[in-house]
Design a protein around this ligand. Structure first.
Ligand code: CTP
Length: 412
């Protein structure tokens, strides 16, 4: 326990501690509010929950209180006890008010300025920014009444995350699904941190990641070893700093980072086409382990063993995506970053690669270091036209955050 809120006069609040007032509305997706609460608490954000009557039909106050490590507020008229704070004070006791899930009913009440219960009263009385994560049936979402209410709230300065498109608990398909807890969490952190934490706001980034797969026949192919972890972490780190990120991913088993637009491809040629289609971009980060060769013509049907020994395959070179985009004239991203996986003479090879590919930076790693290939850590050299920096070995998401920060500085 030990959360320190504005009204808790016994304990001074940690100045750096951020606080969220979380209004949980009704709906099958309300369970995601529990996962969201966990993410926020893990990040050191205090969560004070308000549970609506409808919300309480889906999650229990006890679960919410345990995960939030705070009392759950449910009833407008129980806030009269002198030991309780009043609803006005409650509405202002956080840095941000979050509604997740925001039902059609809550949205309509907020848009109209109704204040018949604790949740709507809080939304009307608060002087803090409000972030809503809508969740409802697709018809309800698309209904002009809801769209009108959303437009009204947007004009009032309310921010929204989601809804996403997908299969719904009611069996229909379309927009209306509550955004994933990770996406709501990212939107909350962005709102809490303010513009200084988002130096890449308004900038477009293109990231390639993972291996490519070049088919030989419908069941066989050649590929490179790459988990995609470093590229995905960079896409996520750039998005966290506010960039609009397109992630072009070869076949990998990784979830899409929150707030990132992902395009899945298989071959080098598809990756090149998707990269070109993602232009213009302010920065291109080419992390993919692109297969250097493909068979000149993939077989349309499966090669059979019995047909007289192994087939003779002719290979042709794949396009170099990094070099092609580095040389794309007026469409060239302002900053082009390549990667190099080396086993020896790391700096020398990286510098040669920088010149050969025409990029601005090469981030080089020594793949003979244990735990780098497929592992969670990376030890890198940043090679630019003017110098070389050796970074300490760190977790791949730490390295990604450092790269994103440097990109933000370079783009000014
Ligand atoms: N790359 C690319 N398209 C290719 C090959 C590589 O975009 N067809 C990019 C990678 O994403 C990486 C960089 O180029 O950013 C370095 O790739 P790498 O395969 O390590 O270098 P090579 O050009 O193959 O050089 P070498 O074989 O000498 O190491």
């Amino acid at each position: 326990m030990g959360m320190c809120w504005g009204n808790d006069r016994s304990v001074e609040r940690d100045v750096g501690e951020k606080r969220v007032l979380l209004i949980v509305g009704g709906g099958v997706a309300a369970y995601k509010a529990l996962l969201l609460t966990r993410l926020l608490r893990k990040a050191g954000v205090a969560v004070r929950p308000i549970l609506t009557k409808a919300g309480a039909a889906f999650v229990t106050p006890l679960s919410l209180a345990a995960l939030a490590e705070d009392k759950v507020y449910e009833d407008l008229f129980s806030l009269t006890d002198e030991h309780e704070m009043g609803h006005i004070e409650l509405s202002r006791s956080a840095d941000l008010v979050v509604v997740a899930p925001a039902t059609a009913d809550l949205i309509a009440k907020a848009a109209q300025g109704l204040a018949g219960d604790l949740a709507s009263t809080t939304l009307l009385a608060t002087d803090k920014p409000v972030l809503m994560a809508p969740a409802m049936n697709v018809r309800m979402w698309l209904h002009p009444a809801t769209q009108r209410n959303i437009a009204t709230l947007e004009a009032d300065g309310v921010r929204f995350v989601g809804p996403e498109e997908g299969a719904m608990a009611c069996g229909e398909f379309g927009p209306g699904r509550l955004a994933e807890p990770e996406a709501i969490f990212a939107a909350i952190m962005a709102a809490l941190e303010g513009p200084a934490a988002r130096p890449l706001e308004g900038k477009r980034a293109l990231v390639t990641a993972g291996p490519t797969f070049e088919p030989i026949d419908p069941v066989r192919g050649i590929t490179n070893r790459s988990s995609g972890k470093q590229g995905f972490a960079i896409a996520e780190a750039l998005a966290k700093l506010g960039a609009e990120v397109t992630l072009i991913a070869g076949p990998v088993a990784l979830p899409t980072p929150p707030g990132v637009r992902r395009i899945d491809v298989e071959t080098a040629r598809q990756m090149l086409a998707a990269s070109q289609a993602a232009l213009p971009a302010d920065v291109g980060v080419f992390v993919a382990a692109v297969a250097d060769w493909r068979v000149d013509e993939a077989f349309g049907s499966k090669l059979k063993k019995e047909k007289g020994g192994p087939p003779a395959l002719t290979f042709v070179e794949n396009p170099d995506i990094l070099a092609t985009l580095s040389a794309s004239g007026p469409h060239r991203p302002r900053l082009v970053v390549g990667f190099a996986a080396e086993t020896d003479h790391v700096e020398e090879h990286a510098r040669a690669k920088l010149a050969r590919k025409g990029c601005d930076w090469i981030i080089a790693n020594d793949v003979t270091e244990p735990g780098v290939m497929g592992g969670g850590e990376n030890a890198v050299l940043l090679v630019t036209k003017t110098g070389t920096e050796r970074w300490d070995r760190a977790a791949k998401d730490r390295v990604a955050a450092q790269i994103a920060q440097r990109i933000a500085e370079a783009l000014g």
